[in-house]
Ligand binder design. Structure first.
Ligand code: HEM
Length: 478
């Protein structure tokens, strides 16, 4: 069976490199082998063909509806410990399509826009807890925002004891895989063993069980008090019937909720953390953004914010340079297909390397530089720029995530002066199955008064910056 070339190192070495430094491994392979290569890093060292040329990505992602290529849920089994077996990511074929049909509409159009006020309100609440001149972890704050936003979308509520418990449990569970070393547990199933009271996996299993119980209680409470006026996603999922007229089983409902809670907040929180890092690392980016935001006046309309070209370019460049999902989910060849003159046999597994596609110098000159302007100067096709993947598994929350990013950034930048707390280098690293920056610490240096002209804004900025004392204490800020 043909497989594109790849490193000759033993599969275990490849897998360790993939876990420890996925970016370096992909880059060295792309340099050596070009548009596609094979790494033996799937579960049980299964070979995966990494694809990064837009032509190949287009070929695969426009034909992944079960005939030539497929996107089977079983291929995502690495996520099962966290997300269970019954959510959308684990479904295949028609079942997968039905799950998506239910879940896509609430995250688009007017239903999505209805969350605008909630997003800005939650942002205001979280940033009001930042104490001046005290360094804090930007990720924790962004996670607090995105978690509350997704809770509102999924449950229609964000306050109450059970929601606090859900937040804490999810946070702890995700922390269990937040470094390359800890993420090994996901890649080596033999590490997923309960080795006694203090073993990390026992802890993880207990937390997962507890989370399931809370969600089950929530589902039962809804069932006991149905309210047809509710439009949150749990209500929609509970009201849905399949072609045989059957409702979703409780296990399916639970897994779907966990999928949305995890996929819908970690990723957006990471994107926001990176965006705020770049904006404050590069003063000219911040100045341009502030000038654009100020041009909208004191109380800008959400639609106007979302349409701002430079803000859009900053969000796009943030998701280009270090895409949070480094890869698409796997696609499997179903019937023999010829790519780059080679016939691939059924069963061959391919993944789109979003990171490598975004770092092709033919598309993105100086790919390591953060340059929002590239998105103003030209348009990229969905196979050249694909932070949300593509085809049948394209991210359900893509529009929602961008909407949220823009409103959160606009709210923070318009109201506060921030700066990076130190010059420590910030790099991308593995966080579970996705990527994230190493710690980004920032300080709030003052409130921002919107000035009439850009000069005024700069003056206000200079004044507030000088107040920063550079204190380096640990903080109770979010
Ligand atoms: C910046 C934020 C986000 C990024 C970068 C991101 C990225 C991705 C990527 C790369 C995929 C795989 C697509 C493929 O295989 O072709 C994906 C799938 C998915 N995303 Fe997102 N995502 C983000 C936010 C969200 C949000 C806010 C939600 C929920 C509201 C969400 C829910 C999902 C789901 C459910 C899937 C699986 C779809 C399926 O299996 O059919 N994501 N996302």
């Amino acid at each position: 069976m043909f497989l594109p070339q790849g490193p000759k190192t033993p599969p275990l070495v490849q897998l360790i490199q993939w876990i420890a430094n996925p970016f370096a491994l992909m880059e060295s392979c792309a340099q050596r082998y070009g548009d596609w290569f094979t790494l033996k890093v799937g579960l049980n060292y299964r070979p995966l063909v990494y694809v990064n040329s837009p032509q190949l990505l287009q070929e695969i992602l426009t034909n992944d509806t079960y005939k030539q290529f497929d996107a089977p849920g079983e291929m995502n089994e690495i996520l099962t410990p966290l997300l269970g077996n019954s959510g959308v990511m684990m479904q295949s074929g028609d079942r997968h399509r039905r799950h998506r049909q239910l879940m896509v509409p609430p995250f688009h159009g007017d239903r999505m826009k209805a969350y605008g006020d909630i997003i800005t309100e939650i942002t205001q609440q979280v940033i009001s807890r930042w104490n001046p001149n005290q360094p804090f972890s930007m990720r924790d704050s962004m996670q607090a925002i995105s978690f509350n936003v997704i809770l509102q979308a999924v449950f229609g509520l964000r306050e109450g004891e059970s929601y606090q418990q859900i937040e804490k449990l999810l946070y702890d569970m995700l922390e269990l895989t937040n470094s390359p070393l800890k993420a090994s547990q996901l890649f080596f199933p033999f590490l997923q063993r309960d080795l006694g009271a203090w073993s990390p996996w026992r802890k993880f299993l207990r937390q997962k069980q507890h989370l399931n119980q809370i969600l089950q209680t929530e589902i039962e409470a809804r069932r006991a008090n149905p309210d047809p006026a509710r439009t949150d996603i749990l209500s929609l999922l509970m009201a849905a019937r399949d072609e045989a007229g059957e409702p979703m089983k409780d296990e399916e409902l639970r897994d779907e909720l966990i999928t949305l809670l995890v996929a819908g907040h970690e990723t957006t929180a990471t994107a926001l953390t990176w965006a705020l890092y770049w904006i404050h690392k590069l003063p000219e980016v911040r100045q341009k953004l502030l000038a654009e935001l100020d041009s909208l006046g004191d109380t800008p309309d959400h639609n106007a914010i979302v349409r701002l070209p430079y803000l859009n370019a900053v969000c796009s460049e943030t998701l280009r340079i270090y895409p949070i999902g480094m890869l698409t989910f796997p696609r499997v060849v179903r019937s023999p297909v010829t790519l780059l003159g080679q016939q691939l046999e059924p069963g061959t597994v391919l993944v789109g390397s979003i990171y490598l596609a975004h770092h092709r110098p033919d598309l993105y000159p100086e790919p390591k530089q953060f340059k929002p302007e590239r998105f103003l100067e030209r348009q990229f096709s969905p196979y050249e720029y694909l932070p949300f993947g593509g085809g049948v598994r394209r991210c359900i929350g893509a529009a929602f995530a961008l909407f949220e990013m823009k409103l959160v950034l606009a709210t923070i930048l318009s109201n506060l002066e921030l700066s990076l707390a130190n010059n420590r280098p910030v790099r991308p690293m593995r966080r579970g199955l996705v990527s994230a920056p190493t710690r980004v610490e920032m300080v709030m240096t003052g409130r921002r008064k919107r000035a009439e002209g850009a000069e005024g804004a700069e003056e206000a900025e200079g004044e507030k910056r000088s107040q920063y004392t550079g204190k380096n204490s640990l903080t109770t800020n979010y």
